[in-house]
Design a protein around this ligand. Structure first.
Ligand code: 13P
Length: 255
């Protein structure tokens, strides 16, 4: 199955709306005019409206960093799927390790969000990954396996092609430590085996599995060349057009 690479920038809590507009303009001018590699930016909620006006005209996709599992009502501070759709948001990052660790999100709360997202035509970028301690205890597959099974419980098979998984080993996020190409491929192929168990061979082979964790132009080509690495979820290196587009260009060279 030929899966189109997706390079998504998770800006986390960075950039004002005007800074976001400037960055997206630069990204558009550098890599916007092609459709070989899918490019997505995920700015903070406060920038989505302005960036949305900008990306309408070109090939850059828009993503959000979180979303409520509820559809509307008395949930102070929350943002609904409908609100995101209204701004032409296509993707939503769910279950990022920072949300799990700092905001207490569990596999079951994330599962509710994943189902709400897909039922509202948003493509979930569902994040999973083990901590250093779990890796050292030899528990990678146990942790990642339960994140996949519990987080994707009841996921509708007809929508599987809209699902994106991001494998982000927690020890590699923002630390400068990257999984080696082989380490990434090994876990990605295990994740795909679990997806085959859940959804069957053909549907599972359409799901893109991104790598995240200190990906940068210098290491992107090796990671993206792995057969089960279908793109990247980029944190720090997505904050400048030079480094983000450097990764997109690595993906383009491989496509
Ligand atoms: P870094 O690329 O800064 O390590 O962050 C990865 C990440 O958390 C993307 O979601």
């Amino acid at each position: 199955m030929n899966r189109k690479n997706l390079i998504a920038g998770n800006w986390k809590m960075n950039k004002t709306a005007s800074e976001a507009v400037d960055l997206v303009k630069e990204i558009s001018s550098m890599v916007g005019g092609q459709s070989t590699v899918q490019v997505c930016v995920c700015p903070p909620f406060t920038s989505l409206a302005k960036v949305s006006e900008l990306v309408e005209q070109n090939e850059i996709m828009l993503g959000a960093q979180n979303m409520s599992e509820k559809s509307a009502g008395a949930f102070t501070g929350e943002i609904s799927a409908e609100m995101l759709r209204d701004l032409y948001v296509s993707f939503v990052i769910l279950g990022h390790s920072e949300r799990r660790q700092l905001f207490g999100e569990s596999n079951s709360t994330i599962n509710a969000k994943v189902l709400t997202a897909v039922n509202n035509n948003l493509k979930p970028i569902y994040c999973i990954g083990e901590t250093l301690e779990e890796r050292e205890q030899g528990r990678i597959l146990e942790i990642v396996g339960s994140q996949v099974r519990e987080g994707l419980d009841s996921f509708p098979i007809r929508s599987v092609e809209h699902l994106v998984i991001a494998y982000e080993p927690v020890w590699a996020i923002g630390t400068g430590k990257t999984a080696t190409n082989e380490m990434a491929q090994e876990v990605h192929s295990e994740i795909r085996n679990i997806l085959v168990e859940l959804f069957g061979q053909t549907p599972a082979s359409s799901i893109r599995i991104l790598y995240g964790g200190s990906m940068k132009p210098e290491n992107a080509a090796g990671l993206l060349a792995q057969p089960d690495v279908d793109g990247g979820l980029i944190g720090g290196a997505s904050l400048t057009s030079r480094s983000f587009c450097g990764i997109v260009k690595s993906a383009l060279e491989l496509s």
